[in-house]
Design a protein around this ligand. Structure first.
Ligand SMILES: [Zn+2]
Length: 347
């Protein structure tokens, strides 16, 4: 039985839990990185390659990998903040088994640029999307009502809108075949309210709303979700559980009730691709499938290289048995716009 990257992540994290200082940080970073490795560590030796080829693996961690892979230890069940995470290496295999998922995917509905906390320009993200063969990408820079994440207020949102308009003209002229949709990742407060003037939101193609505060609450916050879904401006609820690998397990809520309300309002819940989020997670996606909820795939990429993590969401949807037609990204741009418009009209 080969040791998976997921098992390696947990073994590294367990050592990090009891280590201190510099060593604790190195082990923690390697555990987090193991979710992102694009090949299985256990297969490297057969390829004649050193473990130090893997991100965040130095000589000390390489020695551990060698020992563990040679003689796999028992891996205990992960604590809540680390449980239920897939790895990029495993997701790539799942997606490779049915290429229709990548082929038929039309776009990516969450990513950031230098207009908020992203590292790349609009054009770089558009080029990255075109390289993946997408028909559209949606730019969802953060709104600016909180100190973290850093984001835009109405004037920057308007300036970004003009820049996206110019970029779309350039893309059409260059025959890129890709459209950049205007969106935002708007902070939602405990009452489901956003922090951007609804008139400014009316100019956008889509509005994604997310919780970025009070994420460590241990109370049942179902009402917070229902209020967010009922916010007339919000079409997609971003990274719904708000979990982060090894940091926090996510909010506690009655998910069946949330799925029921989301389905009745035809709002979408996100399948966030970031390997440290994977949110909605596969277990919750099964409930979403049964309730018939609409879903939306967003990589939450902060630079073009992170667009590759879309495989995390595709694999999650495949494993949970979500029909492609329930996922916004498998529809063409016209249909996506029509859906968003219908939501506004209904509100
Ligand atoms: Zn977010």
């Amino acid at each position: 039985m080969e040791l998976s990257n997921g098992a390696i992540a947990e073994l590294l994290a367990l050592e990090a839990d009891v280590a201190e200082g510099q060593r604790k940080r190195a082990l923690g970073r390697a555990a987090s990185a193991a979710l992102l490795w694009h090949e299985e560590a256990s297969e490297l030796q057969a390829k004649g390659r050193p473990f130090t080829d893997l991100e965040y693996v130095g000589p000390g961690i390489a020695r551990r990998l060698e020992r563990w892979i040679k003689d796999p230890p028992d891996v205990p069940e992960s604590p809540p903040q680390r449980s239920g995470f897939n790895t990029f290496a495993a997701a790539r295999r799942t997606v490779a088994a049915d290429p229709s998922w990548r082929d038929e995917l039309r776009g990516d509905l969450q990513m950031h640029t230098v207009y908020s906390d992203g590292k790349a320009a609009l054009k770089d993200m558009a080029d990255g999307g075109a390289l993946l063969g997408y028909d559209y990408i949606s730019i969802t820079d953060h709104s600016g009502g909180l100190r973290v994440p850093r984001g835009m207020h109405e004037p920057e949102l308007a300036a970004q809108g003009r820049a996206i308009g110019e970029l779309n003209d350039e893309l059409v002229a260059g025959g890129a075949g890709l459209t950049v949709l205007r969106s935002i990742e708007m902070n939602l407060d405990g009452d489901g309210a956003g922090d951007i003037d609804p008139a400014a939101l009316g100019e956008l193609d889509l509005v994604l709303g997310s919780f970025h505060s009070d994420l460590r609450s241990t109370d049942d916050v179902t009402e917070r979700y229902l209020a967010a879904l009922r916010n007339p401006d919000v079409a997609i609820l971003g990274h719904p559980r708000t979990r982060r690998y090894s940091r926090r397990p996510g909010l506690i809520a009655d998910w069946d009730r949330i799925f029921e309300v989301a389905a009745s309002l035809d709002k979408a819940l996100e399948i966030n691709s970031h390997p440290h989020r994977q949110d909605l997670s596969i277990d919750l996606l099964e409930g979403a499938r049964e309730a018939g909820v609409r879903l939306s795939i967003g990589t939450d990429a902060h630079d073009p290289s992170e667009l590759r993590f879309v495989d995390m969401s595709l694999a999650a949807a495949m494993i949970a048995g979500i029909p492609k037609e329930r996922i916004v990204n498998f529809h063409d741009e016209h249909t996506v716009r029509e859906w968003a418009r219908a939501l506004r009209t209904a509100a």
